[in-house]
Design a protein around this ligand. Structure first.
Ligand SMILES: Nc1nc2c(ncn2[C@@H]2O[C@H](COP(=O)(O)OP(=O)(O)OP(=O)(O)O)[C@@H](O)[C@H]2O)c(=O)[nH]1
Ligand SMILES: [Mg+2]
Length: 282
């Protein structure tokens, strides 16, 4: 995915910049129309001969200003209560894989994790998380087919308390942000988790697939409207997606990217580093 900015340098070699072309290129890089316009206006205001490198410098400066320098780490509660993470998103973006990767990361940091298989629609979904649970040696809570996903998360909370786990990770079913009943079901999971601890779920993480481009912004808008997102996981950055969309999501919704997925293996996962993203990845 690396090289979006580099491609701009290669494309705009002449000092006479075609502004429409530049704006379109920035939008094609998933930076969003608002930011694209800001970058173009900023460059036009300079009233001098510009080269590709100038474009990239201005674009990088804008992106740096939008992205927070650092994002909060996932730390356990000092009082021993489980910290609850709800993992949500549309179908196939990498929720289950990212749940496993996150569990692995937390275990690596010395924390005990419980997994809740709240995707009760598909038997294969439960099996998929079960395989991860065995591989990671993390307890799994699941329900019968088509059972209430909110109840699975509720039981997950009880299991986390019983086993003294610091984190409960709830993997949910894929849901289209345009499907009202599925969004209502997600709100119910949110409400039911709040019965055990009114501040739970403590993190609501939307998983988006970098290869879907700007569509991820619309997904983020709709999910954020339904339940307040606390962070983003951007997956499949090893593919063709540049991940530029995380910039307008931060700019418009103030939802920070917390982790990135870079492959199918459990290790292909990192805490988001904005400096590295701007300097190397984008
Ligand atoms: N290349 C690559 N593949 C990924 C990444 N994350 C997930 N995948 C793959 O994407 C596919 C879907 O991943 P899942 O974790 O099952 O996605 P999901 O969101 O849980 O899917 P549903 O539960 O069906 O909505 C799998 O083949 C994963 O291996 C990533 O960062 N890079
Ligand atoms: Mg899944």
């Amino acid at each position: 995915m690396a090289g979006f900015f580099k491609s701009l340098i290669q494309r705009f070699t002449k000092p006479d910049i075609d502004w429409d072309d530049l704006e379109a290129s920035l939008i094609a890089g998933d930076l969003g129309p608002k930011l694209a316009l800001q970058i173009v206006s900023d460059l036009q205001a300079q009233q001098r001969k510009l080269h590709g490198a100038d474009i990239v410098q201005v674009a990088r400066d804008h992106v740096r200003k939008i992205l927070p320098e650092s994002v909060p780490h996932l730390t356990p509660f000092a009082d021993g209560r489980p910290k609850v993470l709800l993992i949500v998103g549309v179908n196939g973006v990498g929720k289950t894989t990212s749940t496993a990767k996150l569990a692995h990361l937390l275990q690596h940091a010395g924390h005990k994790v419980v997994l809740a298989a709240a995707d009760t629609f598909r038997a294969a979904a439960v099996e998929q998380l079960q395989v991860w649970s065995q591989r990671l040696d993390a307890p799994l809570v699941k329900g019968p087919p088509n059972s209430d996903p909110a109840a699975v998360c509720f039981e997950g909370y009880e299991m986390a308390v019983k086993t003294g786990a610091s984190f409960l990770l709830c993997d949910t079913a894929g849901r289209l942000h345009t499907k009202h009943n599925l969004m209502e079901e997600m709100k119910k999971i949110h409400r039911v988790l709040g019965r055990k601890d009114p501040t739970s779920p403590h993190e609501i993480i939307l998983v988006v697939d970098a290869t879907t481009g700007s569509n991820a912004l619309q997904q983020a808008r709709e999910f954020h409207k339904a339940i307040p997102l606390t962070g983003l996981i951007v997956t499949k950055l090893d593919g063709s997606g540049k991940g530029g969309v995380l910039v307008p999501i931060q700019q418009e919704l103030k939802v920070p990217t917390r982790f990135i997925g870079l492959g199918e293996k459990v290790e292909d996962f990192q805490a988001f580093d904005s400096k590295r993203f701007v300097d190397e990845l984008l």
